[in-house]
Design a protein around this ligand. Structure first.
Ligand code: MV4
Length: 447
């Protein structure tokens, strides 16, 4: 693989360019009219316009991206995260064009994209899943009957959904009745399938995921876990590795389970097995994400590995560079997602960044998509950058983060930076004993 096209934008495009440069792989960026001035366009070896800013005309425009890929004679396409990264049809088209899709097999993407198929596949493989339905629910009667068996509250989910989209919490039969048809309707409109299912709702949960990797030779490893419980409305805000909550026994069991899940689908390339963990450290499979995730740098920091490098090696048919025993965990890492948003109302706040600077320090990594004088437009996710801190201990990582936020200048736009300085001094965060309810409950407590 000597030349690849990056079918993405912002920080992840720049992140992929960095590794390609280290490996001597040439990069082709594609961009929309809104992104012409961004760092990833300037840093790529070459860059081509795809179209107008709306995603359908730009980063989701598979035909145009493929046309550029062929014309530029690239060997492969890296999809990053979001956009076309979990689109099985796109992955197939890339292959049919004779190019390498830098990600898992299209069939794996398709299988794991269907949340009912993912559930049943994992259940059959002996991976614990939340009690719930193994088929799509056709009628409300069917749903009510099953909910009576597993007990309320239940989560009504769209099979085509994921990442929290198309899910509704139902506390009782009335709520289930009220939401059943509308959830089906929304599922049909968003995902093209009205298939829905229910699961028992796990209360006071933590969201912990395991990074896995597979190669085309049948090898599978894990790269430890990430705790992603600090989120708001399914938007992750802080992620850390290891999880501050899990004890060693559950942790090891989770790693083994994640590798079992990877093997069950013959997984190739980078993936994430997402679990929901209850108060007693029981954990259940939720979803398998068939892409490189936003939060992969925390895993890179505690493992010392370059996940994008592994993706490229695996994509060109090589064996995983290390065996499980050779993958070591060292220290603690925390990632903070910097968003261009109103910190009070949590709404995107696009605009021109007048200054974006920080004090560089050992143990601090900033993956940015914008720089001073860049404009954050309303067309895409408003994440400006990710700050990743790594120390020997969690306390050291927190200390580094406090110093980072004390010197950070992100001006001209509203951002959530002030929120981090606050969270870092809160007992609830410092203790590590937080659940997915942390941000919403702290907001209520401060009112
Ligand atoms: C759940 C759950 C509790 N019980 N499913 C959210 C992301 C998507 N991957 C699945 N998600 C969840 N599924 C059952 N059966 C809790 C979550 C969840 C969550 C729910 C409400 C508010 C915040 C949340 C954060 C992480 C996970």
């Amino acid at each position: 693989m000597q030349k690849i096209l990056i079918a993405n934008r912002g920080e992840i495009a720049l992140r992929i360019i960095r590794t390609c440069r280290e490996l001597g792989v040439e990069t082709v960026a594609v961009y929309s009219d809104a992104d012409q001035e961004l760092p990833f366009v300037k840093e790529a070896d070459s860059a081509f316009r795809i179209g107008e800013p709306p995603v359908q005309k730009s980063y989701l425009n598979a035909d145009e991206i493929l046309r550029i890929a062929k014309e530029e004679k690239v060997d492969g396409i890296h999809p990053g995260y979001g956009f076309l990264s979990e689109n099985a049809e796109f992955a197939r088209k890339v292959k049919e064009a004779g190019l390498t899709f830098i990600g898992p097999a299209p069939d794996t993407i398709e299988k794991m994209g269907d949340k009912i198929v993912a559930r049943t596949t994992m259940e059959e493989a002996g991976v614990p899943v939340v009690p719930g339905s193994d088929q799509g629910l056709k009628t409300l009667e069917e749903a009510v009957k099953l909910a009576d068996e597993i007990g309320y509250p239940v989560m009504l989910k769209a099979s085509g959904g994921g990442g929290g989209i198309g899910m509704v919490l139902c506390e009782n039969e009335q709520a289930l009745a009220k939401n059943f048809d509308s959830t089906k309707g929304r599922a049909k409109a968003y995902f093209g399938s009205d298939e829905v299912f229910i699961e028992k709702y796990i209360k006071n949960a933590r969201h912990v995921e395991v990074q896995i990797f597979g190669d085309t030779h049948g090898n599978h490893v894990h790269m430890f876990e990430r705790d992603c419980s600090i989120q708001r409305r399914h938007q992750k805000v802080i992620e850390e590795a290891p999880s501050p909550f899990l004890k060693e026994e559950a942790r090891q069991k989770m790693y083994d389970t994640a590798v079992k899940a990877a093997k069950a689908v013959g997984y190739v390339n980078a993936g994430t097995v997402e679990f929901i963990v209850d108060e007693n450290e029981n954990f259940y499979f939720l979803e398998m994400n068939t892409r490189l995730q936003v939060e992969h740098p925390v895993t890179e920091t505690i493992s010392g590995l370059d996940l994008v490098k592994w993706q490229l090696l695996v994509a060109r048919g090589e064996k995983l560079p290390l065996l499980q025993d050779e993958i070591e965990k060292k220290g603690w890492a925390i990632e903070f997602r910097l968003y261009a948003e109103d910190p009070v109302r949590f709404l995107p706040s696009p605009g021109k960044i007048s200054e974006f600077s920080w004090l560089e320090a050992k143990g601090v990594r900033v993956d940015y998509g914008y720089e001073s004088d860049s404009t954050v437009t309303p067309f895409y996710d408003p994440m400006v950058a990710k700050c990743i801190v790594g120390g020997n201990t969690r306390e050291e990582a927190i200390q580094l983060a406090q110093e980072f936020f004390a010197t950070l200048k992100l001006e001209g736009i509203k951002s959530n930076a002030p929120l981090f300085a606050e969270i870092l001094s809160e007992e609830g965060f410092k203790s590590g004993n937080y659940t997915t309810a942390y941000l919403t409950e702290r907001k209520m407590a401060s009112k």
